[in-house]
Design a protein around this ligand. Structure first.
Ligand SMILES: Nc1ncnc2c1ncn2[C@@H]1O[C@H](COP(=O)(O)OP(=O)(O)OP(=O)(O)O)[C@@H](O)[C@H]1O
Ligand SMILES: [Mg+2]
Length: 424
């Protein structure tokens, strides 16, 4: 059995408090079993908040789960993903590690307000972050890890790993780090040598395009380090104050859908189900439901077929939850011109990224048919008419524009009849 304490930084504060105890054990069939209990003193605080709006309601009871290797959704969301796990494994020199090891080894700059540790009292919050000036070094170390090479000679191994470990608890597969400047904290996303185009500039362009389509997105900028571009996305779950960082709680679409990342769980990956859950937990159900409809349409219009549930999130800066700004928007120019599928079911015809399909369940997004049609038609024109100009202004090269051009308002979007899946 392994156990740890779960800390939470309460709304409006900058220091964590102990919220709960989490135990990872196995049941009689040797299946991993997670147990979670809020601390009595936490429950007694008038300002106490639940760690998620779905599963871990504030109550003096023992929560148990055998799903997801015994991890509750809110804890899994605070745990590193492909990239972070890889860095941690290298650091520890062992792979794979236990789920609790990943939680305990990943640093305190994870998405959301939670922290984990072995001490009943939380450690003081981290005050020192990598600065944007460290980006060149961070990029070199990230390259070495991507290529499975030794770390760059000029960097002391231990120090280099320390640098990169900061940021490992952010999810996602792409190499990344967390850096600070005067405005606050940013997620730095590095280009990979095997990228098909300049990802930093293209993702920045997609976030900009999304804003022109009326979506709320994370703020972004591109910085050039040596001869390479790096995308900086402003952390929307942190706010810099004189006293330190305020932290918002954050859980992913996976947790809202009570599902996981595996292939078998894909039946529950659905915008239609997601909007139902969102309407239930959001303090602004109408606004968030319409925004989710817009994001679904936008993803279809730019062929962002990597719109999986971890690329959606809700956050709570105070007590209330709402949809987070949009992030991780990437065009994917597939070969098929007739049928492209989003990662989430988006209508009566499954995942088909097609206008008719997207409109088929618009009532669930609290948009009457005609309004939904207008929203979609306007966005379609906006994407079609301005993606190129916006991409060029974001510094995407002419060549890269050619490479991504097939992603926008692809022919299948407007098809009036359903394409069988195997035509994909
Ligand atoms: N601006 C932000 N503020 C707070 N958290 C963020 C922000 N951007 C991303 N995140 C968190 O970090 C995770 C990883 O970021 P992102 O999805 O951009 O990376 P990625 O490596 O491209 O992901 P993927 O594996 O989906 O391609 C997200 O799932 C989200 O939890
Ligand atoms: Mg992502």
């Amino acid at each position: 059995m392994a156990e740890c304490f779960v800390y939470n930084t309460l709304p409006g504060t900058t220091e964590p408090v102990t919220a709960a105890r989490f135990e990872l054990t196995t049941d009689r069939n040797d299946t991993p079993l997670g147990r979670f209990v809020y601390g009595k003193s936490y429950l007694e605080r008038p300002e106490a908040v639940a760690l998620d709006p779905v599963e871990l309601t504030l109550a003096p009871r023992v929560y148990e789960t055998t799903a997801m290797k015994g991890l509750f959704g809110a804890l899994r969301d605070a745990s590193p993903d492909y990239w972070g796990r890889r860095v941690i494994e290298r650091h520890v020199g062992k792979a794979p590690l236990g789920e609790l090891d990943y939680l305990l080894h990943s640093p305190d700059d994870r998405a959301g307000a939670l922290g984990f540790g072995l001490g009943q009292k939380p450690p003081a919050p981290k005050r020192k972050f990598n600065q944007t000036i460290n980006l060149a070094k961070l990029q070199a170390i990230a390259d070495a890890i991507v290529n499975d090479e030794d770390l760059p000679a000029e960097a002391e191994k231990a120090q280099a790993e320390e640098l990169l470990l900061a940021g490992t608890s952010m999810g996602g597969a792409r190499p990344k780090a967390v850096v600070e400047d005067r405005a606050g904290l940013w997620v730095a996303k590095f280009n990979r040598p095997d990228d098909k185009w300049n990802n930093a500039r293209v993702e920045h362009a997609m976030l900009t395009l999304a804003r022109t389509c009326g979506l709320t997105t994370a703020e972004s900028q591109v910085v050039t380090i040596g001869d390479r571009d790096v995308l900086l996305v402003k952390r929307f779950d942190r706010e810099k104050t004189a006293a330190g960082y305020l932290r918002a709680r954050m859980v992913s679409g996976l947790t809202l859908l009570k599902t996981e990342d595996s292939h078998q769980a894909r039946d529950k990956w659905s915008y239609v189900l997601l909007v139902e859950e969102l309407r239930r937990v959001s303090a602004e159900p109408k606004k968030d439901a319409v925004e989710l409809f817009r994001r679904m349409c936008f993803n279809a219009l730019i062929s962002n077929t990597d719109d999986h549930p971890r690329n959606h999130a809700i956050i709570a800066k105070e007590r209330d939850w709402k949809l987070s700004p949009a992030f991780d928007l990437t065009p994917m120019p597939h070969v098929s011109l007739e049928r492209r599928d989003l990662a989430l079911i988006c209508g009566d015809n499954g995942r088909f990224a097609n206008a008719k399909n997207l409109l088929s369940q618009s009532a669930r997004f609290l948009l009457p048919g005609e309004e939904a049609e207008t929203v979609m038609a306007t966005m379609r024109e906006q994407v079609k008419g301005s993606w190129y100009e916006i991409a060029r202004s974001a510094g995407v090269s002419e060549k890269d524009c050619e490479r991504i051009s097939g992603a926008f308002a692809y022919p299948g979007f407007d098809l009036d009849h359903v394409q069988p899946v195997d035509a994909a």
